[in-house]
Design a protein around this ligand. Structure first.
Ligand code: ATP
Ligand code: MG
Length: 750
């Protein structure tokens, strides 16, 4: 047997080599769940299972890609044939193959959240409902929530209970909106994200021959991050594995962080009911983190009532304490963290990719970006406004979508007057309504505008129709995705408009379009893609998740900035959990009940357990939120952590106060200005002496006292020389012991 089995502990090996029958691994963070899943797939292939018959569902497409690479290393290129990806991408693929059963064509469009909301906005307007009562986001969430519980528009309209609930919220018309939305999506030959799962369930419920085909096809079904699958996803996997019963799920209830999206920790509990002969394997040894980090994580999660008991331990080193950094403001927090990263990188000879900054909300990234940029440290942001969500990118993609699927109403609305052709919103709305009324596609109305709309100048609409027809002809002639995209970019006027905009933003938008064209070229040139059509390309981009973003240049050595939600499953040597303040983390918006608090705490647990060697928490005493300066209190989570593991010397005032107030609660509270009117205090970091001037350190020796602009005063305890590198170990009076590279450190010899 291949040597990878030797890189496993006993329970891991049992899981990897488990034969047939259901298998569940519920285990703590960093205990090797993903590793087990990966090796198990390799093991199965080595033992004769056809990769085409293995289905493996992961949290991001990137995770799937990494898993595939590892398996490829073990078993060779056969690994490419495994069915692997997110629930959405795998089932979109199946839906395309089986589209006709549901009355769709295999070229159906996928509406992203923006498209869905735009359609809802139109419907709310057409029904003349008050958009202050029927807020688009709320309506969207209600519909999405219903679909994730497998409630269709008709079920909804027949269910007095749900209706009463919405009526009580002064939204009695949600059912009607839901119904219209469903119809319009169908007419547009489009599915939204929730439909990909909802319709898969319908497909498997109503067409047994289809279900049968896939039940027999997939001999093994694997699910990573099982704690975050929702009911709809669970039902699909359960049905798919009903014949062979080889289902292997791995997860950690302590990391369930998507309750708000309908993910259901009860799946874990139900699994044992649905598969009573399940073999359950526990993994308890953490291989990722230091003892300090593991113990900290344990001390946090122990406060949650709702959890399956399990022990997590590690044989790794004890590691260093967790630094707590206090800043006066969000901007200062950005600077302190960026500086800490810069220094740590120099002192420990690390690369950018060893570092991650994790925050609760995307909006927090700005201060860190600015500070890192000033220090010349490269970073990448995962999530936020991603490349494929930028306006100019969506514009070109909308053209391409419409060329492939002329029923796509949202793509149509985006491009009909872009660049400006003098076609107003009213005309566009009228076309959409006319199409819905006559039960024909918008393309039918556009192409025969005279028949449907009278009395206006219809020339621009006719010109638009002619343009689109010319594109459709090229597709028929066999032009590939790249030829089409570059032709459309040039001839539609999109590129010209951006080219003429000479502002910095205009230029960057122009470059983004070029970047998209590069990506399409790469897609077409990639030998793996036999299907080079526009339709195939659109399929491949429509389901990219935020974590799948390309790095804009080839340089992958970057500090990662991301929300905690997107960090799930990942690991970094050094992790900074920032914005540890009340109302921000735990999030005020999410906090309505104890369950909500427990979910926020699980999120904190996820964040802590991403770190391998070093963890830092930071918070600011004031920050701008919604355009107003707001005073902040340290997060309650800082108080919940077992205080033995914290190094609070970086919150300078706390040290002095600690002597007089032994309770950690008291010292954290005391550090913070409580009055809402107080201004942010002066910087709490060391204020360099007025005569501070860095000295020549070539003669620096042990025993000398020095001053550092940030760490303050200290005593040199050791000098190490390594080639031309000279390092000094300095015991600072308040900042603790630091190793400084003398060619970088600014020190004043006293
Ligand atoms: P999470 O809960 O965060 O998803 P996980 O349980 O999936 O974590 P992995 O990511 O599979 O854990 O493993 C964590 C780290 O420990 C990885 O770097 C992995 O390579 C390493 N690891 C796992 N098992 C072993 C082992 N037996 N020997 C050495 N390293 C291991
Ligand atoms: Mg994992």
């Amino acid at each position: 047997m291949t040597d990878y089995l030797s890189g496993l502990n006993e329970p891991q090996r049992q899981a990897v080599t488990h034969g047939d029958g259901p298998l569940m691994i519920i285990a703590g963070a960093g205990s090797g769940k993903t590793r087990v899943l990966t090796y198990r797939i390799a093991y199965l292939i080595e033992n004769g299972v056809d990769p085409f018959r293995i289905l493996s569902l992961t949290f991001t497409n990137k995770a799937a890609g990494e898993m595939r690479q590892r398996i490829e290393k073990a078993v060779g290129y056969e690994a490419r044939n495994i069915w692997m990806g997110t629930f959405h991408s795998v089932f979109a693929k199946i839906l395309r193959i089986e589209a006709r059963y549901l009355g769709y064509t295999s070229d159906f469009s996928i509406y992203d959240t923006d498209d869905s909301k735009s359609l809802l906005r139109s419907i709310i307007k057409e029904y003349k409902l008050d958009d202050k009562v029927y807020k688009v986001n709320v309506v969207f969430n209600r519909i999405s929530g219903a679909k994730n519980r497998l409630v269709s528009a008709d079920d909804y309209l027949n269910n007095a209970l749900i209706q009463a609930d919405d009526a009580a919220a002064r939204m009695p018309e949600i059912g009607r909106i839901f119904k219209a939305y469903t119809m319009r999506c169908f007419q547009a030959n489009a599915m939204d994200f929730d439909d990909l799962l909802f319709n898969t369930n319908i497909l498997f419920r109503d067409f047994l021959e289809v279900l049968n085909k896939y039940q027999h096809k997939f001999k093994h079904v694997m699910v990573d991050e099982f704690q975050d699958t929702n009911v709809s996803q669970y039902l699909i996997t359960r049905k798919l594995s009903a014949v062979h019963r080889n289902i292997c799920v791995v997860g950690d209830d302590a990391q369930s962080i998507y309750a708000f999206r309908g993910a259901n920790i009860e799946n874990i509990l139900n699994f044992e009911k649905d598969f009573p002969d399940v073999r359950t394997i526990k993994l308890e040894q953490n291989y990722r983190s230091t003892q300090t980090i593991v113990n900290t994580a344990n001390s946090v999660i122990a406060r949650n009532k709702a959890q399956l008991k399990k022990e997590v331990f590690t044989h790794n080193d004890e590691g260093t304490l967790i630094d707590v950094i206090k800043a006066n403001s969000d901007n200062e927090e950005g600077r302190l963290i960026a500086t800490a990263i810069f220094e740590e990188k120099m002192q420990q000879s690390l690369t950018n990719s060893h570092f991650a900054i994790l925050y609760r909300t995307n909006a927090q990234s700005r201060a860190f970006e600015e500070a890192l940029r000033k220090l010349g440290v490269k970073y990448r942001i995962v999530g936020g406004l991603s490349f494929y969500q930028r306006k100019e990118i969506k514009d070109l993609l909308a053209y391409l979508r419409f060329i492939v699927n002329q029923q796509d109403e949202e793509a149509f609305k985006r491009i009909i007057n872009l660049p400006k052709r003098g076609i107003g919103d009213t005309t566009v709305a009228k076309i959409a309504v006319t199409a819905a009324e006559h039960n024909v596609s918008i393309w039918q109305v556009t192409g025969h505008i005279h028949q449907y709309v009278s009395g206006r100048s219809t020339t621009p609409i006719e010109q638009f129709a002619t343009l689109i027809k010319s594109y459709m002809l090229l597709v028929e002639q066999g032009k590939d995705a790249y030829e089409m995209a570059s032709h459309v970019a040039k001839t539609s006027g999109l590129l010209r408009e951006l080219y003429e905009d000479k502002t910095v933003e205009g230029l960057s938008r122009y470059e983004n379009i070029q970047e998209l064209l590069n990506a399409i070229k790469e897609f077409v040139d990639n030998a793996d893609n036999e299907d080079k059509t526009l339709s195939a390309f659109l399929q491949s981009v429509s389901l990219l998740t935020n974590a799948d973003e390309p790095d804009d240049d080839g340089d992958t050595d970057r500090v990662t900035l991301m929300t905690i939600h997107s960090a799930k499953g990942l690991e970094f040597r050094n992790v900074y959990i920032v914005g540890m303040e009340e109302d921000l983390f735990p999030s005020q918006m999410m906090l309505e009940s104890r369950q909500d608090l427990e979910e926020e705490r699980r999120l904190f647990y996820v964040a802590i357990t991403r770190a391998e060697r070093k963890l830092t928490f930071s918070y600011a005493e004031s920050r701008y939120q919604w355009g107003r300066l707001k005073m902040c209190e340290p997060s309650r989570f800082l108080l919940e952590v077992d205080q033995r593991y914290l190094n609070t010397s970086k919150t300078t005032r706390s040290l002095n106060e600690r002597e007089t107030s032994p309770s950690p609660m008291a010292f954290l509270k005391n550090m913070t200005p409580r009055s809402a009117t107080s201004r942010p205090a002066a910087s709490s970091a060391h204020v360099p002496s007025s005569d501070f001037k860095a000295s020549d350190t070539s003669t620096l020796s042990e025993g000398q006292r020095v001053e550092h602009p940030k760490f303050g005063f200290g005593l040199v305890s050791q000098i190490d020389v390594n080639g031309t590198d000279r390092k000094a170990v300095v015991k600072f009076d308040t900042a603790g012991e630091k190793t400084l590279l003398l060619s970088f450190a600014k020190l004043r010899i006293l």
